[in-house]
Design a protein around this ligand. Structure first.
Ligand code: SF4
Length: 289
């Protein structure tokens, strides 16, 4: 495969064929994100993509899913995206599921009939980064969206029954907005109604503006206890039923997962146990992105 730069994929796509159809992220301004810093967003060269699909046709016959990378492949013009998806269907006929990252702008750029067209061709999962449901936080981190615009984008995905997975970021409100960030995020997630929620914990990367803010003392990251308290507020604020909730990413201090609301009390009890010293946390040196 002709991969360029760092290839990032959701944990649940670990077994997928990763096809890099774009390089970088069309937004690339989030202050906490160092994934594509310094990389000019572009569509991957057609001949390289052709070669990658040919490679997958030969060597990836046991993998039933394809994940389209990089940061927001859904932003591709519809005609281009349709041609890629048709190419996958034609050359990798055993593939059952196609997934991609899709930010709110990319979702907004597609009409309902365009999303339906993609769904009919096999796109069945979109991963979207909300990060925070608090508008002040979204503004500060330069997400380029508001809580309302994220809710609207999520509504389009849900309306055509494409599986929506939403990621949020514990700690991104800093100490100052910690509680309000957690509460607003739970509330906005409830409005977005994704099928899956992944709560990661902020780990500042040295190549990001947020890291510089921390060094200058302009942003104070909550400590492990602060993050766990944030997690309690977040879980309590989610009013959805039957949503899969994951806080077991390598960045998290306490690996937790379950189905809300069914497992809500169990999750909260586990956090209280850790806060009281009855369960150990992942040591800093073992945490990773
Ligand atoms: S967090 Fe997502 S949208 Fe923001 S810069 Fe990184 S890849 Fe792009």
């Amino acid at each position: 495969m002709f991969y360029e730069g760092t290839i990032i994929r959701p944990p649940s796509e670990a077994d997928s064929i990763i096809l890099q159809v774009t390089v970088g992220c069309s937004h690339n301004r989030c202050t906490f994100c160092g994934a594509y810093k310094g990389i000019q967003f572009r569509i991957k060269e057609a001949h390289l993509l052709e070669a990658d699909i040919a490679f997958a046709a030969r060597y990836c016959t046991r993998q039933k899913r394809v994940f389209l990378a990089d940061g927001d492949a859904l932003i591709l013009p519809q005609r281009k995206l349709i041609s890629i998806v048709k190419n996958i269907r034609h050359n990798l006929p055993w593939v059952k599921r196609i997934s991609t990252y899709g930010n709110a702008k990319a979702i907004r750029s597609k009409s309902m009939s365009e999303l339906n067209e993609l769904k009919d061709l096999g796109l069945d999962r979109i991963y979207m980064g909300l990060e925070s449901g608090h508008d002040d936080v979204l503004l500060t981190i330069k997400k380029g969206e508001t809580a309302q615009s994220m809710v609207e984008a999520a509504g389009k995905v849900s309306e055509i029954d494409i599986f929506l997975s939403v990621t949020v970021l514990l700690g991104i409100g800093g100490v100052d907005l910690s509680d309000r960030h957690a509460e607003a995020t739970g509330r906005v997630l409830s409005l977005m109604a994704p099928r899956q929620i992944a709560a990661l914990t902020l780990m500042p990367l040295a190549n990001t503006p947020l890291y510089d803010q921390i060094q200058r003392g302009d942003f104070k990251l909550p400590d492990a206890r602060g993050i766990l308290k944030e997690l309690i507020i977040l879980v309590q604020a989610i009013s959805l039923d039957r949503v899969q909730f994951y806080a077991n990413h390598a960045s998290n201090y306490l690996p937790l997962s379950g189905r809300l609301q069914r497992d809500r009390e169990k999750i909260i009890q586990s956090i209280h146990l850790a806060l009281s010293g009855g369960a150990s946390l992942v040591p800093e040196r073992m945490r990773a992105l």
